[in-house]
Each structure stands twice: as structure tokens, then as C-alpha cells.
Design a protein around this ligand. Structure first.
Ligand code: UDP
Ligand code: MN
Length: 307
């Protein structure tokens, strides 16, 4: 509070309003906002880019809420090799200062590295059966997440993020990413016209999106939100994939295609820019000023159980 401020003489409610005004004024004088990218969708959901939020202010708001962020990650077969970098870099950059509970699904618990976790950071390892097709591993995540939320998370977490393991954090991923339903814009498709999006185009699949429809192309490698919304998302995608299996069709990009269909009819309340999942090859973009999480380069033929 300013030393010469007469409002300090008044009652606490007024002082609190005054504090708020000071915070807001400071906030506005920070010149937040970007003119080179869209930072809001046509349905008025924020699109989070560096320069659109005040990390200190937003941290202080969420600090009052005592939240837990459940984070799921799958590492089956040779993908356990990605765990060390994923977890170590997450401890450095991901929701630092907030309670995080990693739920790690693997078919080889003995391969999980011993990573030192910070205070109020927890890791639970869960065994899942091995699978022969990477597509099945990737798609099976929806049902496992659905059941995890139903059976375990209700009493322990407020938000959930589901992340690919073949990734590494390089910059802050914090509470600015939290929302009811959160999608991440795919790093290859944020600056291309809609007809380029690789949606499922066969009407026989439940993931079908006709030409001329769709807002953004979202990655399947990172999504999240409230437990209730992510439960509905995972349940719906699991049901739609089961219908596809019964009809002997597999969507072009597997659960990512179903996720995109879901987001078309259930609009995310917040979008994260490709800063929140960058490409696996080093390639700069003027609009991406900070890389927070990035796919790491991998030799698919070598790490996957099938082609
Ligand atoms: N995955 C796994 N073992 C595999 C294949 C996939 O654990 O053999 C999991 C892992 O979490 C991975 C995710 O499924 O991050 C998605 O697969 P992948 O990363 O290969 O898909 P891409 O990002 O290359 O499309
Ligand atoms: Mn991946």
C-alpha cells in the first residue's frame, strides 16, 4: 500500500478494493496482449500465448485455492526411456509450487527411473498390459483415463492433464493453463488454413468432420481440464472408438481424430498455443517466443512395437 494513501484509514473492505485497483492498474500498465496472434477464439475462449498473462498475478490467484493437478503419462515398451527427461524437466517447469500427482501407466514398473520429486509432488505407478500396436496403446489411454477419473481422482484432484511421454519441458507450464476444458493447438497446424487440417474425412467413422467445419486442429498429445469435463471427453472418445471398431474402421489419427471431433461439438473453454507442445524438430516460428513443452525427436521404427 502506498505510504501516502488516505484509504489505509478506512475499513478493510475498502482497503481490499483499493488493493485490487492497484493490482489491476499495475496489470494494465504491463501492456499485456499480443497483436501478432489471435488470443481469443470466436466463442470467446482465451488462447494462451506468452505475453497474454501475468504469471506472478495468476500464480497468486491460484495459490489461494489449494489445488491438486493430476497428470497422467503412459510409458509402455521402449517408451520408458523417455520418462527420466519427462519427469526431471516437469519438476523444473511444470506447475512449480503447486501440488501435482503424476499417474504413470506402464507395462514395466521396474524401468521407471528414480526421479527426485519436489515438495507436494507425488508419483503413482500403475501396471497396464503390454500391447502389440502403438495405435492401440495410444487409443487405450482414453478408457484408462476415464476409469482413473471415475475410480480414484474425485477425492484427490481438481484438474487433470494428460500428456505424451515422448516430450520434455523447457519453459514454464503453469496455472495459466487451467480451465474447465483445455485443448492444445497442434504445432504443425496453427498457421495453416482449415482445409489442411488432418481431420478424419470418411463419413463411416465417428470421428468424421466434413470439409468446411472445424475451428482448430488440436493435438492428442496434451489435453486437460476439470475432472468432470475430461471424464466426459474420455468417455465419449472411448465410446466413439468402440463404435468404429465394431464397424471395422480406425480413424486416421486414432484418438486424436476423435478428440478433434469432440472439441468441435464441445468447445474448449481455454486453448493453449503451440508453446505448450512444440514440434520434435528444431524449427523456429516468430510467433512462438517460448517453448514450454516439446515433443522430442524419436525414431518411430525403433521405439514402436509395430510400424
Ligand atoms: N506409447 C507408449 N508406448 C508405445 C507407443 C506409445 O507408451 O510403444 C504412449 C506414449 O505415452 C506416447 C503416446 O502413447 O507418448 C502416443 O504415441 P506416440 O508418441 O508414438 O505418438 P506421436 O506423438 O508420435 O503421434
Ligand atoms: Mn508423442
Amino acid at each position: 500500500m502506498d505510504g501516502d494513501c488516505c484509504l489505509t484509514m478506512l475499513n478493510p473492505a475498502v482497503v481490499s478494493i483499493h488493493n485490487c485497483v492497484l493490482v489491476c492498474r499495475n496489470h494494465l500498465t504491463g501492456n499485456l496482449g499480443r497483436t501478432d496472434v489471435a488470443s481469443v477464439t470466436p466463442w470467446l475462449a482465451p488462447i494462451v500465448w506468452e505475453g497474454t498473462f501475468d504469471s506472478t498475478l495468476i500464480d497468486s490467484i491460484y495459490k489461494q485455492q489449494n489445488i491438486t493437478i493430476a497428470t497422467t503419462v503412459f510409458a509402455l515398451g521402449k517408451y520408458t526411456r523417455f520418462l527420466k527427461d519427462f519427469l526431471e524437466s516437469a519438476e523444473e517447469h511444470y506447475f512449480v509450487g503447486f501440488r501435482v500427482h503424476y499417474h504413470l501407466f506402464t507395462d514395466q514398473a521396474e524401468e521407471v527411473p528414480n526421479v527426485k520429486l519436489g515438495q507436494e509432488r507425488y508419483l503413482t505407478v500403475k501396471k497396464v498390459p503390454s500391447m502389440n500396436r502403438w495405435q492401440d496403446i495410444s487409443m487405450s489411454r482414453m478408457e484408462i483415463l476415464e476409469k482413473l477419473i471415475e475410480n480414484e481422482l474425485a477425492s484427490e484432484a481438481d484438474y487433470i492433464f494428460c500428456l505424451d511421454v515422448d516430450t520434455k519441458f523447457y519453459g514454464r507450464w503453469g496455472v495459466e493453463s487451467l480451465g474447465r476444458l483445455v485443448g492444445v493447438i497442434h504445432p504443425w497446424f496453427f498457421n495453416v488454413p482449415r482445409f489442411i487440417f488432418t481431420y478424419e474425412r470418411r463419413p463411416e467413422s465417428q470421428a468424421y468432420i466434413p470439409a468446411g467445419e472445424g475451428d482448430y486442429y488440436f493435438t492428442g498429445a496434451a489435453f486437460g481440464g476439470s475432472l468432470e469435463d475430461v471424464h466426459h471427453l474420455t468417455k465419449t472418445c472411448r465410446e466413439q472408438m468402440n463404435i468404429d471398431i465394431a464397424n471395422s474402421i480406425e480413424a486416421i489419427w486414432h484418438e486424436e481424430s476423435h478428440l478433434n471431433k469432440y472439441f468441435l461439438y464441445n468447445k474448449p473453454s481455454k486453448l493453449l498455443s503451440p508453446e505448450y507442445l512444440w514440434r520434435d524438430i528444431s524449427m523456429s516460428s516468430g510467433q512462438v517466443k517460448i517453448i514450454r513443452l516439446s515433443h522430442v525427436a524419436k525414431n518411430n521404427a525403433e521405439v514402436r512395437p509395430n510400424l
